[in-house]
Design a protein around this ligand. Structure first.
Ligand SMILES: C=CC1=C(C)c2cc3[nH]c(cc4nc(cc5[nH]c(cc1n2)c(C)c5CCC(=O)O)C(CCC(=O)O)=C4C)c(C)c3C=C
Ligand SMILES: [Fe+2]
Length: 525
């Protein structure tokens, strides 16, 4: 297994497969034009102008609510007609009011990547989603009530989009930045409709989850895949995906900065337990479906703590998983068990670090700040702190902008013979049964994965043949990750691989803010 160096360096290598239609586009040329130079409308004017009722976009998702006049794109002025760059930020979405809670939960539980039923009973998913959302709604609503009556996720994601657009413009790259949420407004379908209206010609798809999980980025990419397949204009759109970026130096350093900022507020700095609390997933996702989430999470925590230690703080740390839903076993240790255990072992000061998400949301503001803080107190932990989410942290946004710039030259270039956006080979195909809600006006149809994908593992699993279902690594050769992955013209980023991350960090320099780095690509030999 050979591991290539940083993305930029691979541009010099004959990694890019020339394909018909790609020639001449594979040169990493960045078209530069000034933000605001053309196009006429200001950001605010365009935003206002686009507040139209939700379009009847082709969708595979049942929506259990009325149209909303929302969308989320942050625009730079239009550039030359021949090349219009877009960035699509993917996120989860959250209820904005208490009456949104139940339909939001319905959308979430109707997602086969959130509740993975055996294929024979998948037709029951809509009914199950209705039952679970009805049962859970009161408890969830309590949580949202406690944080002001709704999720702040949309507002923060919009601010991140705006900041990213500004950061890209400052680097000479005009780009419209769009927000596509999975379970609430502005839905991914709305963002794509706007992308088409704007005539975007190159699109970078960037999930706002640092670590990849089937249940988050995977779900959004699967939806995108089906939307791209069912739309002629979108099929033509050259695009690329950055599937995860937990190892990027800018992100790691921004997290380390925030941790140190909070650590020094404690009286007994050296005695503080740095307590990473990640959103959990069911254990079967990792052990049966091959979700790389746990592995990426552990690596991410290791890199951040390495950075914290380099700044002179040798604190002990813990990684635990929160927000378990349902009776199945999830990734362990659970956050509440860990807090109790640490309290028993005499820890008196704890700094909680939310790690799987880059915005404040219900699980930071309610679960960590209220429930776990109280539990820590009951467990004898006297001093409590919490690291804020990155939100629009300047170093973080700067790094996202770098990630986009690094990905752009590869848009449409690293194509393979499949037409899938993301290689979820280890998963069941999506179910055929229609997830029809009585209020639904569309007839959603869940796509099957391209049969070819069934023979390709997730690119990350290529490094871990022992974890592939069946354990077989045979036939995986150089270039296979691209082939496994590339969707129409999708390519870069999706086979970005952790590989030897430490080496990437070393190559990028010992200091934070040393520029791009940390995104690593790998192929197999
Ligand atoms: C990396 C982050 C996340 C993973 C992994 C994830 C998996 C996952 N989540 C549920 C169930 C629920 N999640 C809910 C809210 C929620 N989840 C995430 C992130 C991840 N989820 C966020 C950011 C949010 C909050 C959005 C907001 O409104 O602020 C909820 C609703 C809230 C609640 O009732 O607790 C549920 C339910 C499952 C089942 C799952 C993996 C299979
Ligand atoms: Fe969740």
């Amino acid at each position: 297994m050979a591991s290539f160096g940083l993305l930029q360096r691979t541009a010099q290598l004959p990694l890019v497969e020339e394909r018909p239609g790609c020639s001449g586009r594979c040169v990493p040329v960045v078209h530069r034009y000034r933000r605001g130079a053309c196009g006429g409308l200001t950001t605010t004017e365009r935003r206002r102008g686009s507040q139209q009722p939700r379009q009847a976009a082709s969708t595979d998702m049942v929506r259990f609510e009325e149209p909303n006049n929302t969308r989320g794109s942050r625009k730079a002025a239009a550039g030359p007609a021949v090349d219009k760059v877009g960035v699509l930020l993917l996120n989860l979405g959250g209820p904005e009011t208490l009456s949104d809670v139940k339909p939001f939960l319905y959308n979430l539980f109707a997602d086969p990547d959130i509740i993975r039923l055996p294929q024979v009973v998948q037709f029951l998913q809509p009914v199950l989603a209705m039952v679970i959302s009805t049962l859970r709604a009161p408890k969830s609503a309590e949580g949202y009530k406690a944080i002001g009556g709704g999720s702040p996720l949309r507002k923060i994601t919009d601010e991140q989009a705006e900041a990213l657009s500004v950061a890209l413009a400052a680097k000479g790259q005009a780009a419209n930045v769009y927000v596509g949420m999975r379970y609430w407004h502005p839905y991914t379908e709305e963002a794509l409709a706007q992308i088409k209206r704007d005539g975007v010609t190159r699109l970078v798809i960037l999930p706002l989850y640092p670590q990849f999980s089937i249940s988050t980025s995977g779900s959004s990419l699967r939806l995108l895949e089906s939307l791209f397949k069912s739309d002629r204009a979108l099929k033509q759109l050259r695009h690329t995906v950055i599937p995860s970026w937990y190892q990027r130096r800018g992100y790691v350093c921004a997290m380390a900065d925030l941790i140190v900022q909070e650590l020094v507020k404690f009286d007994d700095v050296a005695g503080v337990e740095v307590f990473f609390s990640a959103h959990g997933v069911p254990k079967s996702y990792v052990e049966e479906a091959g979700d790389p989430y746990k592995e990426e999470m552990e690596e991410c925590v290791r890199l951040i703590m390495q950075e914290v230690r380099q700044r002179g703080y040798q604190n002990s740390h813990t990684l635990a998983y929160q927000s378990r839903v349902g009776p199945a076993e999830w990734l362990k240790p659970y956050t509440d068990d860990s807090i109790r255990m640490l309290g028993r072992t005499g820890v008196k000061s704890m700094l909680a670090v939310p790690i799987s998400f880059v915005s404040e949301h219900i699980e930071t503001l309610e679960e960590i700040d209220m429930e776990y803080r109280e539990l820590a107190h009951e467990s004898g932990i006297r001093h409590w702190g919490r690291v804020p989410a990155l939100n629009t942290n300047a170093a973080f946004i700067e790094d996202l902008a770098e990630a986009v710039l690094e990905a752009l030259p590869y848009v449409g270039c690293l194509a393979g013979p499949t037409d899938s956006l993301v290689p979820l080979a280890a998963l069941h195909p999506w179910p055929e049964p229609h997830l029809l809600h009585p209020h639904s006006r569309s007839h959603p149809r869940h796509p099957r994965l391209h049969p070819r994908l069934l023979h390709h593992p997730h690119p990350r699993l290529l490094h871990h043949p022992r974890r592939r279902p069946g354990g077989a690594a045979a036939g995986i050769r150089s270039g296979a990750p691209r082939a496994a992955l590339a969707g129409g013209d999708v390519g870069v980023g999706v086979d970005q691989e952790r590989g030897d991350v430490e080496r990437a960090h070393r190559d990028a320099g010992d200091h934070c803010h040393s520029g791009a780095g940390g995104v690593e690509r790998a192929v197999h030999s």
